[in-house]
Design a protein around this ligand. Structure first.
Ligand SMILES: C[S@@+](CC[C@H](N)C(=O)[O-])C[C@H]1O[C@@H](n2cnc3c(N)ncnc32)[C@H](O)[C@@H]1O
Length: 258
């Protein structure tokens, strides 16, 4: 199986996935609802399902006759069981899932971690049935370019240098629409949403947990100093500090045909 940097073996990964569900599921559900294909009887596929919270919601929307499939490299942090929800341990790089059969295909915060996102997107698209909809939600770290104060900007600059070495693509959000267009998808549209958060908020907790867990890796990469990491963690604990980090880019399109 391929490596995923924030693997499920890390002790904070369950908490991190729970925070992602809390912070991102409302936006994800809103976009899914707007597509017009998530309804009773539909077949849905989520790839990189993490703890399964979105797939559980999809399964409830398509019940009783529809079916939701949730795929991940690692299903050890899934804690949901529903009759019409099937979990499948698989790598999206290996090929499409049940080609040509889904009314909806979605992936959130997955493609920036894969070695060949072009191929992963092609495999997701190939799982769609004619007129089926695909919704991709991925980060774009554009807002860190204006983060204040300058030490925080310096922290993110080191973080991005480290992530490039790890082959994580934190600029993938801006590429999604043109990639779907190149694959022949129709009615492509998208929006980027950036949370404004302060120290002690859920997003600050997310970053505190993540940075503390990766601290050793970050230090040994030479891209960040202990002092810069301490400064960043200090801001994350300060409710008077407000900032923005990720533009979550949500792009959808429809497969040709009716
Ligand atoms: C950052 S987590 C996001 C989880 C969830 N989608 C969310 O937004 O809360 C990325 C997930 O993608 C999974 N993943 C990474 N590469 C994958 C691949 N090649 N095929 C399937 N799943 C993958 C990881 O195991 C992990 O659960």
């Amino acid at each position: 199986m391929p490596e995923y940097v924030l693997g499920h073996h890390l002790k904070g990964e369950g908490k991190r996935l729970a925070l992602m569900s809390e912070l991102l599921d409302p936006m994800h559900r809103r976009y899914l609802q707007s597509l017009g294909v998530v309804k009773s009887g539909a077949r849905t596929l989520e790839v990189g399902c993490g703890n399964g919270s979105i797939s559980a919601w999809l399964a409830r929307q398509v019940a009783p006759d529809g079916r939701a499939i949730a795929v991940d490299l690692d299903l050890s942090l899934v804690d949901v069981h529903l009759l019409n929800l099937e979990f499948c341990k698989a790598d999206i790089m290996a090929g499409p899932v049940e080609p040509g059969s889904f009314d909806l295909v979605t992936a959130r915060a997955v493609l920036h971690h894969v070695a060949d996102s072009e191929k992963a997107i092609a495999n997701l698209v190939a799982s769609l049935r004619p007129a089926g909809a695909i919704l991709l939600i991925e980060p774009d770290f554009l807002p860190v370019a204006i983060a204040e104060p300058p030490e925080v900007r310096a922290f993110w600059s080191g973080w991005l240098a480290w992530s490039r070495e790890q082959a994580i693509d934190y600029q993938i959000g801006r590429t999604l629409a043109s990639r779907l267009a190149a694959l022949g998808l129709e009615r492509i549209d998208g929006t980027a949403e950036t949370a404004m958060y302060n120290g002690t908020s859920l997003w600050a907790d997310y970053w505190t947990l993540t940075v503390k867990e990766l601290r050793e890796d970050l230090m040994s990469s030479g891209k960040l100093s202990n002092a810069l990491v301490d400064t960043f963690l200090g801001y994350c604990a300060d409710p008077a500090w407000w900032t923005q980090t990720i533009a979550f880019t949500a792009v959808h399109g429809y497969a040709p045909g009716h």
